[in-house]
Design a protein around this ligand. Structure first.
Ligand code: ATP
Ligand code: MG
Length: 571
């Protein structure tokens, strides 16, 4: 074993399950391994650079897992850098939520930085470029600048201000900063090439005038750097070795490199991977903000939102999201990932950690007529067959119980193994019962069932008698009442990235994405803490919502036990 392999093996041993498994390297890992092998860097430094203008979503989660995951795998570090160069849209509320979400996902950053911390340095470097004759102040409006940029086929037109002297540029830029000019009166542009085949290299903007307060720098600045100028320079200031961003930035890379080369600063390098897209949802912050503002959802953390706080409230775990990020992998081409993969990861993780309980969402009363009135006995149940440490509990059983309305059929088809007149079914952890009578109201609705039980069939009593169906139940006298929120996909259309042009994404909001029911729950479910993960047997995984209060349990359905949508879609 050579050294590299030993390091890798040790690393892998400390990685969470599924992340250290043998698999081929993705292209970023190949690049990093080559860089490390060539001695290009002693250790790697990545960054996660959110703009604090909204809450993080599952796409950001992918980027977080990638940036932090790579650093962790190769013994490096990751900075959290708020890309707060745009004064108007940014708020401290978002900064706080972003930090909470990154930590919740299980990652700790080496440093917390703000691009706005670099405004002085960026300004100085702009002055350096002016002195080198590589930047100039342009008096044209942004509209004029756009018009004279040319097209992919045609070169742009040089600005009449392009040949200002270095002294004049330096003086004007200083006065831009001093606040002598109104918004839009002037901009600073890099002097590259108005005929460059890459449109972004045609004298791109570096600074514009915006007389607006900033959430951190207050009114100290009235000129703000553009993304392309600020981002690479910020990477370089921090000595970021691998600056990983999404594919749409590949055309920006020559400019990223140009600034670094001309300024002769630390050579950070940019690498692009495919943005994560998911079916049945939208991820643009503008759209998510609109859903919140116009109250299509209850807030950023509505459990139907693809936001990290929404997924948390819904009952997704950090482990399941990290597993999802790993499964999605790192692609070089844009793709749309099926939401059912994310749900599969959630089930995979909750199956191991969620204790099983019984709850009835759509109750039908069953009276066991030969069971002694007023008697109660306790049935023993295994909390989690996947986890021996989860222990056992006792569930009260009595004469009147609730079962799921769905688990009874008056006129069943062949091969219906649940309850029907004259038929037997096992009550989970309890007895075999037989339906003797169906009680109806005047309108013909079934109000309750009268059954008899076979006392010799108590679960675990070793009685060999078998029946085909087992149903869950709760004892009526002992049950608690809970509000249960049943979530479904927020949109009816899988490919929300590809809706017809004459439609708006809001036309596809799923009207049935939230259904609230009142359920009966077994006593052990009455007082669980917020975000406890449970399985309601045969129904799905659920979690305790933030709205729950003592005596008033509220559950969110995290995910059903099986993928019902795949069936609907005929897959
Ligand atoms: P929006 O365009 O909706 O405002 P954004 O990409 O501008 O989102 P940022 O806050 O700038 O949001 O993103 C921070 C980081 O997360 C960036 O590095 C960005 O590339 C990455 N990121 C954002 N969305 C996705 C996604 N869907 N998949 C993977 N990475 C993403
Ligand atoms: Mg962005």
């Amino acid at each position: 074993m050579d050294n590299t392999h030993r390091t890798m093996a040790n690393e892998a041993a400390s990685l969470p399950e599924n992340e250290g498994a043998a698999r081929t390297l993705n292209f970023l890992e190949e690049i990093i391994e080559a860089d490390l092998a060539a001695g290009k860097y002693k250790s790697i430094l990545t960054r996660f650079p959110p703009e604090p203008n909204g809450y993080l979503h599952v796409g950001h989660a992918k980027s977080i897992c990638l940036n932090f995951g790579l650093a962790k795998r190769y013994g490096g570090k990751t900075n959290l850098r708020f890309d707060d160069t745009n004064p108007a849209k940014e708020e401290t509320e978002y900064v706080d939520s972003i930090k909470e979400d990154v930590r919740w996902l299980g990652f700790e950053w080496a440093n917390e930085f703000y691009a706005s911390d670099y405004f002085d340095q960026l300004y100085e470097w702009a002055c350096v470029l002016i002195k080198k004759g590589l930047a100039y102040v342009d008096d044209q409006s942004q509209e004029e600048i756009r018009r004279t940029r040319g097209t992919v086929m045609q070169p742009g037109v040089n600005s009449p201000f392009r040949n200002r002297s270095i002294e004049e540029n330096a003086d004007l830029f200083r006065r831009m900063r001093a606040g002598e000019f109104p918004d839009g009166a002037k901009v600073l542009r890099a002097k590259i090439d108005m005929a460059h085949p890459n449109m972004l290299m045609r004298d791109p903007l570096m600074y514009r005038i915006i007389h607006t307060g900033h959430h951190r720098t207050g009114n100290r600045w009235c000129i703000y750097p553009m993304y392309d100028y600020a981002h690479g320079e910020s990477d370089s200031i921090e000595n970021i070795t691998h600056s990983i961003c999404t594919l749409e930035f590949d055309v920006h890379r020559p400019l990223y490199d140009w600034f670094i080369e001309k300024l002769e600063i630390f050579p950070s390098r940019q690498y692009e991977f495919a943005r994560l897209n998911l079916t049945y949802t939208v991820m643009s912050k503008r759209k998510l903000l609109e859903l919140v503002k116009n109250k299509y959802v209850a807030g950023w953390d509505d459990p139907r939102m693809p936001t990290i706080c929404g997924m948390r409230r819904r009952g997704y775990t950090p482990e399941s999201i990290r597993l999802f990020a790993e499964k999605v992998g790192v692609a070089k081409r844009d793709n749309v990932i099926d939401l059912s993969l994310l749900e599969w990861c959630v089930r995979e993780d909750l199956n191991k950690r969620a204790n099983r309980y019984m709850a009835v969402l759509d109750p039908l009363k069953v009276v066991i007529t030969n069971y002694p009135e007023g008697a109660t006995e306790e049935m023993e149940a295994v909390n989690n067959p996947e986890d021996e440490n989860a222990g056992k509990r006792r569930i009260p059983f009595s004469r009147e119980i609730y079962i799921e309305r769905e688990d009874f059929m008056e006129n069943p088809p062949k091969k219906y193994f649940r309850l029907s007149p004259g038929n037997e079914v096992r009550l989970r952890y309890a007895y075999i019962i037989k339906c003797e009578e169906v009680v109806k109201d005047a309108a013909g609705n079934i109000t309750e069932l009268h059954c008899t039980y076979d006392p010799g069939t108590r679960s675990g009593s070793g009685n060999g008698r078998q029946v085909k169906g087992t149903v869950h139940w709760v004892s009526a006298a002992h049950a608690g009442c809970a509000e249960v929120r049943l979530f479904d996909r927020l949109f009816t259309e899988a490919r929300m990235d590809n809706i017809p042009e004459d439609k708006d994404y809001k036309d596809f909001i799923n009207a049935g994405s939230l259904r609230t029911v009142t359920a009966f729950i077994e006593p052990a479910l009455k007082a669980l803490p917020h975000l406890a993960h449970v399985q309601f047997e045969r129904l799905g995984y659920f979690t305790v919502d933030a709205d729950a209060m003592p005596g008033k349990p509220v559950f969110n359905r995290t995910v059903t036990l099986k993928d019902t949508w795949a069936k609907v879609a005929g897959k």
